[in-house]
Design a protein around this ligand. Structure first.
Ligand code: 26V
Length: 804
């Protein structure tokens, strides 16, 4: 580990600015300083990267590959500095040079290569693997456009393209010499060879080149650097555009190539662009598998029969599950394996994680599309399906009637989740409740068939980014109190419980929250012009906008409070600032109406002098990882209010708890596990339980219309939506949607309990000591949710890998 002095670091910044830009530090832009510092860090990284690769080459450990269509890695400069023990020195050096460190760090355009939880989880996992010395790497796509940039115009979401590569991205290394050719489409011809084996030849195929861009994943102060390899689609040199046979086809193909790594899909757009999405998925899978096998062979292994002894592949949701038939194809068509042998190796290599039970997110691809794009893969999927269904028919007659629900190909669609379950040796959910729901409800037939295959791995977050990096003041106080071993062993945060009556400690935790709130208040003011009261409760809901996450329930509470205050302006309530951050998928009309509603309420409430600043509503546009890093340390109350059973885990809940927020939530996802740790007195629970939700769905007993009519508070709110808020705006579509779907996410049903629970929050917040000790208890138990724990569980019970 390098120990730099501040002077040395300043000198390096000077040198880099001089060599890169021929400028003095004082003349350089913030952007140029950012590039200069990145270069300094990169020199260090490259040394460790090479060393790590050599280490793996010599020791040849079993490797894990995490295949994911999304990686939301966030800014890397600050975390790379931290992981190289250079952050403090760099901060001081910058200050001495007359620069504000945060101004430099915010130059980084964070790569939005993910939608939300699933992509951020992948990034936290990479961080934990490197920090705990596991040989684990990511494979993904280098989208030229990440998730859209959100602008709020007139209260509405508008989407702008996110061209994150406008400047050079200093963390990636292009490796054209390791590019891989990928084949799409065409027709397959089968030939029987003299020895009776089959040979497959392809005609009129389209070729695409997958060019790797490697991003270093730096372990925490341990000299390990793993790799995140992102593939970019380019055209092959063999088929230069000048040699085309069919002009129109060629133009089309060039266009497709540009599109393959063109942009990231927002998570509900499964209707449009399915074709392209499959191409992206196959592109990722085919390139990654070729690379994995290449590495396996380069390591001196020539017996692919033993692939699973050296390689395990985790597929992140169903998105990469074409890897299963693709490995079958490679083993059979290119390596001469029999079906049975190929299947044995394949099903010992893959493990699948499910991240949602929402049916619209469970991928199903039209058979004709797959057949046309990937003719050979379709043959293999068909064969997998045939054998699978026959297997049930003959070996599990008790499940015969369930075959239509289990078949991989049904209703002219390929059911990717079924393919993933059948082709993997492990299937896991992401929190205890979610895994139980998979086993007992959503995938129960598969669980009957393969009872040993299902297991739980509760999600986690990297405490290095989400506490140490984003909340240095809190981290310091923790380290002063229980020493800094928690950084390596986050479970040791429980030692804070010994200090639960330590008044000065509680006071300084309170002060730190106050400082963080002040900083967020500044950000809010800069972004929106709204002045918020730092003494008010910072009540935060930050996550993708979706009906099941129930931002609408939060809005109902705000409308209720506002209505109360209008009736009685002297009403004694603790002042609150409601803070939202959320992107809605561009084609998701309902979600976008909710954004407009939030902004409308903000407009009305923030400008109403009669409520004396007791309420403020803030919608922060373009919610992303770097904004989350500013909001989370300043949160008092974490809103985790999904309809029970719908949120697979949640990870924002963990991040906010780790930063001392208290949770108001339903018994859903990982909230349940938070409750089990901190106990019911340190979390605000409300609402229907998952069983009750299922019960209402099955019995049809719930009548939303009655709820609307009987609870006067709801009647008033609903009528305001229908007729116009305080004379101005109307949200008829939300009103009709709730009634016509019979309030399928139970917003009205859970309203009363939610309001009552919010009243408890209001009361507890008035007692500073009580609030702070609950806050400390939450921090103390949050170590369990470090992704280090999660990764250890994956390593020992799925991957069977050791750290190096
Ligand atoms: C679906 C689709 C459908 C087609 C277009 C692109 C796309 C992208 C994503 C998805 C599904 C996303 C599933 C997801 O993000 N699940 C979240 O995973 C988190 C990590 O496990 C978990 O904490 C959240 O509760 C869960 O909603």
């Amino acid at each position: 580990m390098t120990n730099w002095t501040v002077e040395e670091f300043m000198e390096d910044i000077r040198k880099e600015t001089e060599t890169q830009f021929q400028k003095e530090v004082s003349e350089a832009s913030h952007q140029e300083i950012y590039f200069a510092i990145s270069a300094i860090v990169n020199h260090q990284i490259d040394k460790d990267w090479e060393k790590t690769n050599k280490l793996y080459k010599n020791k040849k450990p079993k490797q894990v590959y995490y295949l994911s269509m999304e990686f939301l890695i966030g800014g890397l400069l600050k975390s790379n500095l931290l992981h190289h023990q250079m952050l403090d020195v760099c901060n001081t050096a910058l200050e001495k040079l007359g620069l504000e460190p945060e101004e430099i760090y915010k130059q980084e355009h964070d790569p939005g290569l993910g939608n939300g939880g699933l992509g951020r989880l992948a990034a936290c996992f990479l961080d934990s693997m490197a920090s705990m010395r596991y040989p684990g790497h990511g494979f993904g796509i280098r989208y030229r456009y990440g998730l859209f940039e959100q602008r709020i115009i007139n209260g509405y979401q508008t989407e702008l393209p996110d061209y994150w590569l406008d400047n050079e991205y200093p963390w990636e290394r292009r490796k054209p010499e390791e590019a891989i050719e990928i084949i799409f489409g065409g027709t397959v011809h089968m030939h029987k060879k003299y020895d009776g084996s089959l040979e497959f030849n392809y005609e009129n195929t389209d070729k695409v080149l997958a060019v790797p861009y490697d991003i270093p994943i730096v372990g925490y102060q341990n000299q390990i650097v793993n790799t995140l390899r992102l593939w970019s689609a380019e055209h092959t040199s063999a088929e230069s555009p000048l040699e085309f046979k069919d002009y129109y086809h060629e133009i089309d193909h060039q266009h497709t190539i540009e599109q393959i790594s063109g942009f990231l899909y927002p998570d509900d757009s499964s209707h449009e662009g399915k074709h392209l999405r499959i191409k992206q998925q196959y592109f990722l899978v085919a390139a990654s598998l070729k690379q994995i096998i290449r590495e396996f062979k380069n390591n001196g292994n020539n017996d692919l029969q033993k692939l699973h002894e050296k390689v395990v592949i985790q597929i992140n949701d169903t998105h990469p599950s074409l890897a299963i038939p693709e490995l079958m194809r490679i083993l059979m068509d290119e390596e001469g394996f029999s079906w049975d042998n190929a299947w044995m190796v394949t099903t010992k290599t893959f493990a699948y994680t499910n991240h949602t039970i929402m049916s619209e997110a469970l991928e199903k691809w039209p058979t004709d599309m797959i057949q046309h794009l990937l003719p050979r893969l379709y043959m293999i999927i068909n064969e997998i399906n045939e054998r699978f269904c026959q297997g049930i028919w003959f070996d599990h007659p008790e499940l015969r009637l369930e075959i239509p629900k289990m078949a991989i190909i049904a209703d002219n669609q390929v059911h990717m989740a079924r393919l993933a379950i059948v082709g993997s040796f492990s299937v896991n959910g992401v929190a205890k409740l979610h895994t139980e729901i998979l086993k007992q409800q959503e995938m129960k037939e598969f669980h009957q068939l393969y009872p040993g295959r299902f297991q739980n791995k509760t999600n986690g977050i990297t405490h290095r980014r989400w506490l140490l990096m984003v909340n240095p003041r809190l981290s310091d106080v923790i380290s002063e109190t229980i020493n800094d071993r928690w950084i390596y062993r986050p479970r040791e945060l429980t030692h804070l419980l010994r200090h639960i009556h330590d008044k000065p400690l509680l006071t300084s935790i309170g002060k730190i929250k106050q400082q963080n709130k002040q900083e967020l208040a500044n950000v809010i003011y800069r972004m929106t012009g709204i002045k918020v009261d730092e003494q008010s409760i910072f009540d935060v809901q930050i996550k993708r906008l979706h009906e099941y996450k129930r931002q609408l329930l939060n809005v109902f509470h705000i409308m209720y409070l506002y209505n109360e205050l209008k009736d009685n302006p002297t009403l004694d309530i603790t002042p609150r600032t409601f803070i939202f951050g959320a992107k809605a998928a561009p084609s998701y009309y309902f979600a976008k109406e909710v954004i407009k509603l939030i902004n409308t309420m903000a407009e009305i409430i923030n400008h109403d002098p009669t409520i004396h600043d007791k309420l403020k509503v803030v919608f922060l546009e373009n919610y992303n990882v770097s904004l989350a890093e500013k909001i989370i340390p300043a949160t008092d109350l974490s809103e985790q209010i999904s309809t029970a059973s719908k949120e697979a885990s949640g990870t924002g809940n963990m991040k906010m708890m780790m930063n001392g927020a208290l949770t108001i939530g339903t018994l859903d996802g990982a909230n349940i596990e938070i409750k089990n740790l901190v106990n019911e007195s340190n979390i605000f629970l409300f609402g229907l339980r998952a069983e009750e939700v299922y019960h209402y769905y099955h019995s049809g007993e719930y009548q939303a219309y009655e709820e609307y009519q009987t609870d006067e508070r709801i009647t008033q709110i609903m009528n305001q939506l229908r007729d116009g808020l305080y004379g101005y705006y109307e949200f008829k579509d939300i009103y009709y949607h709730l009634l016509s779907t019979n309030d399928s996410y139970f917003v009205m049903k859970d309203f009363a309990d939610y309001v009552e629970t919010q009243q408890c929050v209001d009361q507890v917040y008035r007692n500073k000591d009580e609030w702070l000790s609950k806050s400390l208890i939450n921090i103390a138990h949050s170590g369990k949710f470090s992704s280090d724990r999660t990764i250890k569980e994956y390593a020992s019970s799925i991957w069977k890998i050791d750290n190096i």
